[in-house]
Design a protein around this ligand. Structure first.
Ligand SMILES: NC(=O)c1ccc[n+]([C@@H]2O[C@H](COP(=O)([O-])OP(=O)(O)OC[C@H]3O[C@@H](n4cnc5c(N)ncnc54)[C@H](OP(=O)(O)O)[C@@H]3O)[C@@H](O)[C@H]2O)c1
Length: 277
């Protein structure tokens, strides 16, 4: 496996011909929602234009699969207009510029060629690897820190189910392309997981905050999304979200009990207390 260390735009046809990959995975993008609001041109370039141009170059060559990371937050829920979880067939309902860029990229990528691409839509990604400041987008890191949390239904996606899905899509001989919602089975909430962390002795007791109160000062407004996907359920058989969180918390506790590493990191994280999730 090679990691492309440059901008997406620099992965030219000649660079692709030199590397001769069987598969390209695009997990790059501008992911800070507030930053995207104030840097719209760059957010659109990195999240929409660059992946679409890259896929144009990929489809001009023979036999390369493309896996593109989209997001479950293209839907502003938690449920669709019928009160059901969002499936890949639901039209996007983006609530902020970041979500618009992700939804628009998905539509243009599928329009270009739906047969050579798998679009993965995870939601609130988490892993036990939260002992370094480098993992700002790790939901575990956020839930260890934020004092006030909302208690609205949400899907969450462990790094384990994401990895399992990527492997599945890489190796499947058929029925691999198109959109996959990627999540741990069932529904949880940021508050509920923070309570699990509190009971494990890893944080202070969380305080509930209502969506209305949160949206009154938090811009862009928070999106809640519950995902479902028939094909994903049958082919990936995701584990139940509370079970995966319990295992992840245990793994995290083991990591931070290692000499020199964890505790110091945890203390330094708690000092940088942001506000809410
Ligand atoms: N983390 C989540 O909870 C979550 C949930 C749903 C979907 N996703 C999606 O999953 C993917 C990975 O997310 P992540 O959490 O790993 O995000 P991340 O930590 O922000 O990583 C994205 C990386 O992409 C780089 N990047 C941005 N524009 C680029 C460009 N034009 N060319 C090359 N690299 C570029 C960023 O560099 P700079 O920092 O220098 O810009 C950053 O290193 C993203 O597509 C995101 O939308 C994430």
């Amino acid at each position: 496996m090679q990691v492309w260390p440059h901008d997406i735009d620099a992965l030219s046809v000649s660079a692709l011909e030199a590397i001769r990959p069987e598969l390209v995975i695009n997990a790059a993008g501008k992911t800070d929602l507030a930053w995207c609001e104030t840097h719209a041109a760059e957010a659109i370039r990195s999240n929409l234009e660059a992946p679409v141009r890259l896929y144009e170059r990929i489809v001009s060559l023979e036999g390369i699969r493309f896996i593109h990371f989209s997001s479950g937050c293209i839907w502003d829920g938690p449920y669709n207009s019928k009160g059901k979880p969002f499936t890949p067939k639901d039209a996007p309902t983006p609530a902020c510029l970041y979500s618009w860029t992700k939804a628009a990229a998905d539509a243009m990528l599928l329009d270009l060629n739906p047969n050579r691409i798998a679009i993965l839509r995870p939601r609130q990604v988490y892993s036990a690897n939260a002992t370094s400041g480098a993992h700002l987008r790790n939901t575990l890191q956020k839930l260890l820190q934020y004092p006030k949390l909302i208690d609205t239904p949400n899907s969450m996606s462990s790094i384990e189910i994401i990895e399992k899905t990527v492997r599945h899509v890489i190796h499947a001989r058929r029925d691999w392309s198109g959109v996959w919602n990627v999540y741990d089975r069932g529904v949880t909430s940021p508050f509920e997981v923070a309570e699990m962390l509190w009971k494990a002795g890893l944080r202070a007791q969380p305080i509930r905050i209502s969506k209305t109160e949160l949206d009154s000062f938090h811009k862009p407004k928070r999106v809640d999304t519950v995902l479902y996907d028939d094909r994903f359920e049958v082919q990936l058989q995701p584990e139940e979200v509370h079970e995966v969180w319990a295992r992840t918390i245990k793994e995290y506790q083991e990591k931070i009990s290692q000499p020199m590493s964890g505790k110091k990191q945890l203390e330094s994280q708690v000092e940088t207390v942001p506000t809410i999730l």
